[in-house]
Design a protein around this ligand. Structure first.
Ligand code: GCO
Length: 453
C-alpha cells in the first residue's frame, strides 16, 4: 500500500499545516490581545469541556523544537497562520513589534532548515475588538484585514513568498455567524451572508496589498470544498443538492474565480437577505487573479431533503458502510477525486494545492509509539486520489497534511487528534506517530527517485 510517487513532479511541495490559535497558546504574551476565539471559548457551553487555546500545544515557546521535528521528518513546506491580534493588537493602526518578531524567528529558522514557509493571513482569529465593532458582517472589517496584510507582508515578504489570504471563509462566515458553533457564536442568517461577502472582499483587498508589498509572491486562498451528493437517486433530493452545493462551494468559487455570485444561490437566499451589502465594483475587487487555489478536503456531504427532521439536510455520513474517522466523518478518498474533477471541469485552469487533508483517530501512545495505521491508509488513499487527478492532467502542485501536531480542534476542544505527531497535553511531549514516519519515508523516497534520474 504505497502511493505511486512517480505521479508527483520533482518540485511537488510536501508539507504539513497548522493554525495559530490551534497550536500557539501564549494568548496574553508580548502584547497579543484576545481574538474572537479566546472570548468564545471562555463562554460556558461553547466548547466541549470548556477547553480553550490558552496553552494549546505551547508552540509559541516550543517553535524551535517543532521546526527541528519538521526538519527531521524531511518536510519541504510548512503552512502556518499568523495571529492577527499578535501582529496588530487593536485590529487597526500600528503593528506590534514583539508579536511580529515571533513570526520573524519562525520564518528564519524554517528557511535555515530548508523548509518553505507558507503563511495564512486569516485562520479565524479575528481581534475581538473588531468583533465588538461589528465583526465580519461589517464592511470596515474587510478594509482592516487589508491594513493588517500590509503590516505583516512588509515584515516577512522578503522571505515569505507563499501567501494564503483566508482559510475556509465558509466556516468563518456560516459556522461563526449562522449556526453559531464557531466564534463569535452568532446565529444571524442575514449577517452571516454579509460576513461571507466581506471575507471575500477582504481577500481581494489583501491580494492587492500582497502584490504591492511582495511583487514576487505566490498568492492564493484556501477553500473547504465538499462533494455534495443525494442520499439516494430518487431525484427527490436534487434541488437540496443544488442548494447546498451552491452555498458551500459555488458561493465562494464563483466570485473568487469567475467574478460573480451564482444567481440561483442569490435567489435561494433572497428571503433572508437582499444582499444590498454587495456594492458595485465588489465582484471585480474579489476576483483578483490568483497564482493558485488552496483546497482543504476532509469528507463528502450527503444530502437528504427533510429526511432528518429537526436538524439540517446535510450529513457527513453516507450510511453506505464507509469507515469513519473519530470525527464521525466518512473516509471517502473518491470524494477528493470528485471535488478536484469539479474544479477542473467548471473553472478556468489554475494551479491547485491541497492545503489540508487528514483525519482524527483515537490514537494512544503505547510503549512510546503510536501505531496509527488508520491514518496511514487515509493519507495514502487521498494521495492516490491526487495521483489520479494529476494523471488526468490537473496541475496539483503540493500536499499539506493536517496536521503536524495534535491540537485544539475548535468547538471539539482537544478530544480530536489530527496530528501526525502525538502531543501529551499534560507534559507537551511530542511523539511522532507511525504516520509521521510513513510520510517522511514517502517524501524521502520521492526525493531519492528524483536524484536517481
Ligand atoms: C478546518 C480548519 C482546521 C481544522 C481541520 C480539522 O478545516 O476546520 O482549517 O483548522 O482543524 O480542518 O477539522
Amino acid at each position: 500500500m504505497t502511493v505511486d510517487i512517480s505521479a508527483f513532479p520533482d518540485d511537488f511541495s510536501w508539507g504539513v499545516a497548522t493554525s495559530a490559535y490551534q497550536i500557539e497558546g501564549a494568548v496574553g504574551e508580548d502584547g497579543r490581545t484576545p481574538s474572537i476565539w479566546d472570548t468564545f471559548a471562555e463562554q460556558p457551553g461553547r466548547v466541549i469541556g470548556g477547553e480553550t487555546g490558552a496553552i494549546a500545544v505551547d508552540h509559541y515557546h516550543r517553535w524551535s523544537d517543532d521546526v527541528d521535528l519538521m526538519s527531521e521528518l524531511g518536510l519541504g513546506a510548512y503552512r502556518f497562520s499568523i495571529a492577527w491580534p499578535r501582529v496588530q493588537p487593536d485590529g487597526q493602526g500600528s503593528g506590534n513589534a514583539a508579536g511580529i518578531a515571533f513570526y520573524d524567528r519562525l520564518v528564519d529558522r524554517l528557511l535555515e532548515k530548508g523548509i518553505t514557509p507558507w503563511a495564512t493571513l486569516y485562520h479565524w482569529d479575528l481581534p475581538d475588538t473588531l468583533e465588538q465593532s461589528g465583526g465580519w458582517p461589517v464592511r470596515d472589517t474587510a478594509e482592516h484585514i487589508a491594513d493588517y496584510t500590509t503590516i505583516i507582508a512588509e515584515a516577512l515578504g522578503d522571505r515569505v513568498k507563499h501567501w494564503i489570504t483566508l482559510n475556509e471563509p465558509w466556516c468563518a462566515a456560516y459556522l461563526g455567524y449562522a449556526s453559531g458553533i464557531h466564534a463569535p457564536g452568532r446565529t444571524e442568517p442575514a449577517a452571516s451572508v454579509a460576513a461571507s461577502h466581506h471575507l471575500m472582499l477582504g481577500h481581494g483587498l489583501a491580494v492587492d496589498r500582497l502584490r504591492a508589498a511582495v511583487p514576487d509572491a505566490q498568492v492564493g486562498v484556501t477553500l473547504n470544498l465538499y462533494p455534495v451528493s443525494p442520499v439516494d437517486d430518487s431525484g427527490r433530493h436534487d434541488d437540496a443538492v443544488r442548494r447546498i452545493d451552491g452555498l458551500m462551494n459555488r458561493w465562494f468559487l464563483d466570485p473568487i474565480l469567475k467574478g460573480s455570485y451564482p444567481k440561483d444561490v442569490l435567489a435561494d437566499i433572497a428571503p433572508v437577505t437582499d444582499a444590498s451589502f454587495i456594492l458595485d465594483g465588489d465582484p471585480e475587487l474579489i476576483a483578483q487573479p490568483l497564482d493558485f487555489l488552496g483546497i482543504n478536503y476532509y469528507t463528502r456531504h450527503v444530502v437528504g431533503a427533510g429526511l432528518w427532521p429537526g436538524s439540517s439536510d446535510v450529513r457527513f455520513e453516507s450510511e453506505n458502510g464507509l469507515e469513519r474517522t473519530a470525527s464521525g466523518w466518512d473516509i471517502d478518498p473518491q470524494g477528493l477525486v470528485d471535488v478536484l474533477s469539479r474544479v477542473q471541469r467548471d473553472y478556468a485552469p489554475i494551479p491547485v494545492y491541497l492545503t489540508e487533508n487528514g483525519a482524527a483517530f483515537d490514537d494512544e501512545v503505547v510503549d512510546g509509539v503510536v501505531h496509527d495505521a488508520d491514518r496511514i491508509s487515509f493519507l495514502n488513499d487521498h494521495l492516490e486520489s491526487i495521483a489520479t487527478m494529476r494523471q488526468q492532467g490537473m496541475d496539483i502542485r503540493g500536499y499539506f497534511a493536517w496536521s503536524l501536531l495534535d491540537n485544539y480542534e475548535w468547538a471539539e476542544g482537544y478530544a480530536k487528534r489530527f496530528g501526525i505527531v502525538h502531543v501529551d497535553y499534560e507534559t507537551q511531549v511530542r511523539t511522532p506517530k507511525d504516520s509521521a514516519r510513513w510520510y517522511s519515508d514517502l517524501i524521502r523516497a520521492h526525493r531519492a527517485a528524483i536524484l536517481a534520474t
